[in-house]
Every structure is written in C-alpha cells, then in structure tokens.
Design a protein around this ligand. Structure first.
Ligand code: PMP
Length: 390
C-alpha cells in the first residue's frame, strides 16, 4: 500500500502472469508459449516494417491497423470493418469488458424490466482464465461464476440465463476442455434476444483437433458464425499457435457495431496500441497458414502422446484440445508436484484459485498446467514424472 494510491488502485488485485525466469535455463512449460519459431515470413515482414536502418520506426504505426485487419478479413471471409486488432488478446478482452459489460452502479440504478441486460452480472465459469475477474474488478463489472461440472466441462445451460453478458475461453483454460460448437451457438442465440454480448476467447482453438475421438475432425471455432449473431465476439491471439507471444498481437471478429464499441474504448485510451512491427509480423503470420498447420499438427501429436504416457503412469490428464495438459499426480499435491518439477529444471504452472469461491479453488489445487513443448521437452518432463511415481 502506498499513500499515493487512489482508492481504485488500492482495491485492485492484479493478475499474476507465469514466471519468465531470467537466471536459470528451465524447460519452460508454464505459459503456453509455442516451442517452435514463427514462420520465416514473419521475421522478414518485421525487418521490412522497420526499414533498412530502422528508419520507419520514426513514424507512428497505422492507427486503423489496416494491413492486419485486411489479412484477417480475407482469411476468415469477413469485412475489415468486422475485425479489431489489439496489443495481445488480453488488451482486447480488457476493452471488451469495458465496452459491453455494465458496471455495478449502472446495473443497480436501472429499474427491473427497463432493460434486462442492465440489471444483471456478467457470467464466466468458476474455473477459467484468471484474468476475467481482474478485468471485472478493474471496470467495476458485477459477475457470477456458474460452476464447472464434476468432469470439469462447462455446463452450457448455466449460461442460458438473463445476465449482463458472457465470456469464456473455448477450449477453456486451464482445463483445456472444449465446449461443443452447438452449445456455444446456443448461448449466443439465447443472449441475442436479450441484447447481451457473448465473448468467446478462442486463444487455443487452433489446437482443437484431436488425434482420436468422435469429434476429432470437427472445427470448434465459431468465427464463421459471426454474421448470424450480431452479439457474438470471437477473440484470438497470435501468442500461441502463431508462436508470437513476444510480439503482442491479437484480434477480434464480430459485428461492425461490436468492433466500433471496441474502437471507442481504444481511442479513449491509446491510439496506437499495436506497433508497426507487430502489425506487419501478425499480418504475415495470418497469410502463412501452411507453415502453422505443420507446427500445430506437431504440437497436437506431442500432446496426445504425452497425455497417453501420463495416464499409463497413473496420472490424471483432462482431455485437452489446447496446447497444454491439466495434470494431477497420483499421490503428490499440486504444490509438491510443481516443486519437484521445478527442482528438476522444469517449470509448469500451479493455480490455487478459482474465479469464484474457495470450493472452486480447492477442486484444482492438485492439478498443474503443463504447456506442450517439443518432443524432447516432453520426454524430459515424462522422465521426471516416471521418477516421481516410484
Ligand atoms: N485468453 C486466454 C484463455 C489465455 O490463456 C491467454 C494467455 N495468457 C490470453 C487470452 C492472452 O493472450 P495474449 O494477451 O498473449 O494474446
């Protein structure tokens, strides 16, 4: 606490990101980064964007982010006006909470029945991306957290209730489990009639292919459905499947009115959140789908093999359609397993908080989240897991 902080700053409980160690070479499986480099076209585009001696860096970037929005629009067959670009998807999510979810004082001040979306909290699952409650508190958005089912899947019917808006990742984090597309669209349809916005955070959707299982080949993304649902906003990142966590770029696709809402928040905050290098690099990544299909395919194969090996050793691994596994050791607590791996030079992520109450937190305290690395990384991880079981 500092005497210089205002009451808002004093009351914040900021998100704590995964560790980025500077002093020891760990096998880093803690922040869902991609183990493979980005497409060579990305680095070429970044060099071009800087100019020979970096002379283009003198100039501000395009505030409208046209090149990136046009690349996204072409790839997903939407209009550039339906695309918003941001400094990582975290920024877009923060803007979306500010733009579309009502704040507490307004929510309390609107009489019942005047506008149903104004008298209810935003909804997100009790176990999910831990930045959502942070944004809600930052902007004063009241929220409620429907409970995951006993198998850790999202019960979509818990989201079919009047509210101030809905947000969830699909696949969910940190479980990695996916909600079927029909359920996502059922949520969007239900809230369309009530003018509430449904935000689907598809940070991990490119990894949703599964090596086996009935839904293996089905696409999970609902990006192709935004023209049927004017209240549906799909948020994507370049940090995971595009191997560009260090660049900071993301985008959202939705109706023009949703994109305009995001622009109003951005332009009340920072006119140039996406820098010149990120705009060029991210646009080049969108255009090199073939390269990324290959790296994504490798990660999915490594995930499936790692999950099978863990289950064989008596571990629990939730059925993941993301680039990470949520894993429980057969005997150690989550904290003990985390520490054993760390001492062996492997960094993973341990969460002990749910978005809602302490019962949610206690359901995941014995799990750790393990990002999928290269085959060699995962062999090293599995070797430690084998020792830890003996
Ligand atoms: N959504 C989810 C579910 C995530 O796990 C992350 C990564 N921490 C993000 C969004 C944010 O990604 P970025 O800001 O790097 O685009």
């Amino acid at each position: 606490m500092s005497r210089f902080w205002n009451s808002r700053t004093r009351e914040l409980s900021p998100y704590i990101p995964g560790e980025q160690p500077q002093n020891r070479a760990y096998i880093k499986l803690n922040t869902n980064e991609n183990p493979y480099p980005p497409s060579p076209r990305v680095t070429e585009a970044i060099a071009r964007a800087a100019g020979g001696c970096g002379e283009r860096l003198r100039l501000y970037p395009d505030p409208a982010c046209r090149e990136l929005r046009e690349a996204v629009a072409e790839r997903w067959d939407v209009k550039p006006e339906q695309v918003f670009a941001g400094n990582g998807s975290d920024e877009i999510l923060a803007f979306a909470f500010a733009a579309f979810f009502e704040t507490g004082s307004v929510a309390a001040g609107v009489a019942d029945g005047v506008a149903s979306r104004h008298n209810a909290a935003a909804l997100f699952p009790d176990i999910t991306y831990s930045f959502y409650p942070v944004y809600a508190r930052l902007w004063g958005v009241p929220y409620e957290c429907p409970r995951l089912q006993d198998d850790f899947s999202i019960d979509h019917t818990g989201f079919l209730t009047p509210c101030g808006g809905v947000v969830f990742p699909n696949p969910n984090a940190p479980t990695g489990m996916a909600m079927p597309r029909e359920h996502v669209l059922a949520i969007a349809r239900y809230h369309a009639e009530r003018n509430a916005v449904v935000i689907v955070d598809e940070a991990y959707v490119d990894f949703a292919c599964c090596a086996s299982g009935a839904d293996a080949a089905l696409p999970l993304s609902v990006i192709d459905s935004i023209n049927d649902h004017s209240n549906l906003l799909v948020v994507r990142t370049f940090s995971k499947s595009a191997s560009l966590a260090g660049l900071r770029a993301g985008f959202a696709v939705g109706s023009e009115e949703l994109v305009e809402g995001l622009c109003r928040i951005r332009d009340s905050f920072n006119s140039y959140p996406v820098d010149r290098l990120a705009l060029a690099g991210a646009a080049a990544a969108v255009r090199d789908g073939a390269y990324y299909e290959e790296t994504t395919r490798k990660i999915i194969a490594t995930r499936e093999r790692t999950a099978a090996a863990l289950v064989e050793k008596g571990y629990t691994a939730l059925p993941s359609r993301a680039n990470f596994l949520f894993v429980r050791h057969p005997a150690l607590t989550g904290a003990e397993f985390f520490t054993a791996l760390r001492e062996a030079g492997i960094l993973v992520r341990h969460f002990n908080m749910g978005s809602g109450d302490s019962r949610s937190a206690s359901r995941i305290k014995d799990f750790v989240r393990v990002s999928i690395g290269t085959d060699a990384d995962m062999d090293a991880f599995l070797a430690v897991c084998a020792q830890e079981v003996v």
